[in-house]
Design a protein around this ligand. Structure first.
Ligand code: UDP
Length: 380
């Protein structure tokens, strides 16, 4: 099957990393069309996946845009739509991986007479989207998509609650190649040396820097932990959250934690870094649609504490394969971190359970087979 994948982003977020794994099996006969240039294009090329940047100017509509902003940017979409429609005629299926890709993909699917699949990586709620963006996404999906792949039960439920048709949806979790997360000790030691982490109890946070990802919750919790506990914050402000970055640095200074928090920026070697941590925390203050970092930590055999909301609750069973804490509650987080520090053996058993569970439940080849089966359906 020849697939035209569409994604609005040039940057590497969870949806884009997931798309690389989905597009790979179709790489000899498919194209990924992007609406912006950037690192995502390079990574697709490194994975031998054909990629083309289709937009000549950035599409400015944001998740919180109002009606008039959305309308103004819509007129700018027309050249892009013409281009996508022309390309789509050479493919059997349009696969929209993001919201703006859905807008363009939906219209192109009508003009080019090709079925449309929408991969939903978001929780479509007012917490994350403006009312107009929400309505546009649900209406387009309901009207034009043959299939909506939701990345968790939480994303599926939010879609239906926002007016989406339940019968269009299928839940497919992200898949992972567990081999990529088995890191030799020598590599782990090298990273620990480079980052001067030897002898420390290292807590990792792996996420773009954004208020709802809750890095500030971890920093507040760190102030309640013994001095050997150190935090590495891995990730960058991908969508211009510079004020938040300044606030985080200020919080670290105010709490006197300058020697215990390292801002590492965006890194490509996540499995190595996670393996060098004693603990990984996920601290999103709003429900996470899926939470790739949670599964990645599990696959590295590193114990994980996740915020109890959204997709994370489908991934973590408290005390069995990880720990759950109330979103936004830094005191509770500090308590669980301190328990992990003391209960080393129990925590290691839980991390081991998690590794076994995650490598089976989120195996990339099983997930890809699931998607391949589903993609037969919109052809009818
Ligand atoms: N990630 C990365 N480098 C970084 C920070 C994060 O490659 O510096 C990856 C991380 O390993 C994960 C993805 O970005 O695979 C984030 O996905 P997640 O579902 O956790 O959050 P999203 O970005 O979709 O909100």
């Amino acid at each position: 099957m020849k697939i035209l994948f569409l994604d609005q982003s040039g940057k590497l977020g969870g949806a884009e990393l997931c798309l690389i794994d989905i597009a790979k099996p179709y790489c000899d006969r498919s194209l990924v069309g992007l609406f912006a240039d950037g690192d995502f294009k390079t990574l697709l090329q490194q994975n031998q996946i054909s990629v083309e940047v289709l937009a000549t100017q950035p599409i400015k509509v944001q998740k919180q845009s109002n009606f008039f902003q959305a309308l103004a940017s819509f007129t700018k979409l027309i050249p892009l739509l013409i281009k996508v429609t022309k390309i789509a005629r050479k493919y059997d299926l349009i696969y929209a991986n993001t919201q703006k890709a859905l807008v363009v993909g939906a219209l192109a699917s009508i003009l080019a007479r090709r079925p449309l699949v929408y991969h939903l990586h978001d929780i479509l709620s007012l917490e994350h989207f403006s009312p107009i963006n929400l309505r546009v996404a649900v209406t387009l999906a309901n009207t034009f998509a043959s299939l909506v792949i939701a990345n968790s039960q939480a994303s599926q439920t939010a879609f239906v609650q926002a007016g989406g048709k339940a019968e269009l949806t299928e839940i497919v979790y992200n898949g992972f190649d567990s081999k990529k997360y088995q890191i030799p000790d020598i590599e782990i030691q090298k990273i620990q040396q480079e980052l001067e982490l030897n002898g420390k109890f290292v807590i990792g946070h792996f996420s773009r820097l954004a208020p709802w990802k809750g890095q500030h919750i971890l920093i507040a919790a760190l102030a309640e932990c013994p001095p050997q506990v150190t935090v590495i914050l891995v990730g960058d402000a991908l969508f211009g959250e510079q004020d938040y970055v300044r606030e985080l640095h200020q919080q670290v200074k105010t709490l006197g934690l300058e020697n215990r928090v390292k801002f590492l920026g965006f890194r490509a070697n996540i499995p190595q870094l996670m393996s060098a941590c004693n603990l990984v925390t996920h601290t999103s203050t709003a429900p996470e649609p899926f939470g790739r970092v949670i599964i990645e930590a599990m696959l590295c055999g590193t114990p994980v504490i996740a915020a109890k909301a959204g997709g994370a609750m489908e991934l973590v069973e408290h005390g069995v394969n990880g720990f759950l804490t109330t979103p936004g509650d830094s005191e509770e987080l500090a308590k669980v971190i301190n328990t992990c520090l003391q209960e080393i053996e129990i925590t290691a058993t839980i991390a081991n359970n998690a590794r076994n569970m995650a490598s089976q439940r989120f195996d990339i080849s099983t997930i890809n087979q699931q998607i391949a089966q589903l993609l037969i359906f919109p052809q009818k």
